[in-house]
Design a protein around this ligand. Structure first.
Ligand SMILES: *[C@@H]1O[C@H](CO)[C@@H](O)[C@H](O)[C@H]1NC(C)=O
Length: 480
């Protein structure tokens, strides 16, 4: 009876808001010289193939505690979304902007920064905003319950709690591919009580105070794009791989779920809060995990946990914490190069708003002055190619119709500790068609907004998160 009377009010989503506002990019000209250092790309390879071709040798996958990483919308995905539900490139980039604005607003609000707070959107935020789902997401499959049921989840370094849709879906479940998890069919499920420390921890993990229904702890998390999940906070046996099993893993058993989760069963939270997956499994994995995002949706990558011998070719820089954004993985980028030549950008401009690495943001967002310097250098070295119309937030696009191969300048990021990370060719361009291929970077609207290293630029790199030593590592050619 308690559940029936309390849930409908608690589970309502009316306070969830979408906050989108216009970006104004400052278009300042930078300078650069032409350089020979470039990638030669077959134009046909810019578009993903319609068949799934996983790499022949996936280094990450011969290790235990490894999961296959798949792009949610690509041919390697088993989610079988209806074509009409697969977002267009313009929609993907729009949602990406919503995610970025939400991250900026969250950090600005938590920082209480006068400069950033004066933006309209900050005033319109719900009292406690959570994190963001966005659109360009990567998925993994893991097992829950006894007997174990496989669930396909979006993995997200920008949020903390793991949740899945749960029977009986008291308010609402969206359509998912896997059968919806049923606690009553599992012998290892238990509810978390309202008075437990785990329940209290939801405050920091979700940004919302937990609720209580018949002494069962109720979680609620909303994402910047108005997606949300609300339900019972629970413990369950979680099976990563056949020999890696965790008892009493804390997760959200979602009774009211809506939003842009595709046909996934929910979300795997890889953030830094103590309820995140890396924190809950720290005794075994020491908060170490790594992933490689495939070069295209028609290939696969991996997500692996623990430190069973990272290759010597992983180069490590330091992880930091962003004030007010303790769940995010903070990084320090000190320089960038285009075509082998360092851009004339001051490290203080790069550092002004702080920087994070995020698995769920698609396009890297740079401070506007840095972006315009990058863009000028890139355009200068691409000036033999005809330009095409802009695509959403991407303003530097080319028409490669008349070419079978093109030559594009290499781009590198430089981190603290002298670490240079060359961006793979697949991470420099974003193609909708051969006649609209765009530079896959964008500018923030304010130099004080946090820089976000997005997932396009992370493609084919093995990215190693070491939350114990507070280090972040990169290895090129990471998926194979
Ligand atoms: C968990 O709590 C909810 C709400 O109180 C209740 O309806 C459900 O039966 C509980 N499940 C178990 C296994 O105790």
């Amino acid at each position: 009876m308690g559940a029936i009377t309390i849930l409908p009010t608690f589970l309502s989503a009316n306070k969830l808001l979408v906050f989108v506002y216009l970006i104004v990019l400052s278009l300042k000209e930078g300078y650069a010289t032409a350089e020979a250092e470039s990638h030669t790309i077959h134009v046909a390879s810019l578009l993903p193939s319609s068949v799934c071709t996983p790499p022949a040798t996936a280094k990450g996958l011969d290790k235990k505690s490894s999961l296959q990483v798949i792009h949610k919308h690509g041919p390697c995905s088993q989610l079988h979304e209806e074509k009409a539900n697969i977002p267009t490139h313009a929609q993907i980039l729009h949602l990406d902007e919503v995610r970025v604005k939400s991250i900026h607003s969250k950090l600005a609000k938590n920082l209480g920064s006068v400069n950033v707070m004066k933006k309209d959107a900050a005033a319109n935020l719900p009292a406690k905003d959570g994190s963001v789902v966005g659109s360009g997401n990567y998925i993994v499959t893991m097992g829950l319950g006894t007997p174990k049921k496989d669930l396909t989840l979006i993995f997200d370094t920008g949020s903390d709690i793991t949740w899945t849709q749960c029977q009986p879906c008291l308010r609402s479940c969206y359509k998912q591919q896997d059968p919806i998890f049923s606690p009553s069919s599992s012998s290892t499920y238990s509810n978390v009580s309202c008075s437990s420390a785990a329940c209290t921890s939801l405050n920091s993990a979700t940004g919302n105070s937990p609720g209580c229904s018949s002494s069962t702890c109720v979680y609620g998390i909303q994402y910047g794009d108005s997606s949300f999940s609300i339900g019972f906070f629970a413990k369950e046996k979680l099976t990563l791989t056949s020999n890696t099993v965790f008892d009493n893993f804390l997760f959200g058993c979602g009774q009211n779920n809506q939003g842009l989760f595709g046909r996934t069963a929910g979300l795997l939270g890889l953030g830094r809060n103590k309820l995140s997956f890396p924190s809950q499994t720290a005794i075994k994995f020491k908060k170490i995990f790594s992933y490689c995002l495939p070069s295209s949706p028609s290939s696969t990558g991996f997500l692996k946990f623990g430190n069973d011998g990272h290759s010597k070719s992983v180069k490590f820089t330091t992880l930091s914490t962003i004030p007010g954004g303790e769940s995010f993985y903070g990084i320090t980028i000190i320089a960038m190069s285009v075509g082998g030549k360092k851009l004339s950008i001051s490290p203080s401009v790069l550092a002004a708003g702080g920087a994070i690495i995020d698995s769920g943001t698609v396009i890297t967002r740079l401070p506007p002055t840095t972006y315009s310097t990058l863009r000028s250098a890139f355009r200068k070295q691409m000036n033999q190619y005809p330009m095409a119309k802009p695509l959403s937030i991407l303003d530097t696009c080319y028409d490669f119709n008349k070419y079978s191969t093109v030559s594009i300048p290499k781009i590198s990021l430089f981190f603290e500790k002298g670490v240079e990370v060359p961006i793979d060719a697949s991470g420099i361009l974003y193609a909708t068609s051969i006649s609209q291929v765009c530079l896959a970077f964008a500018g923030n609207s304010n130099d004080l907004d946090v820089l976000i290293l997005g997932n396009t630029q992370q493609k084919t790199l093995e990215v190693v998160y070491d939350g114990t030593r507070q280090m972040l590592g990169f290895r090129t050619g990471g998926c194979t």
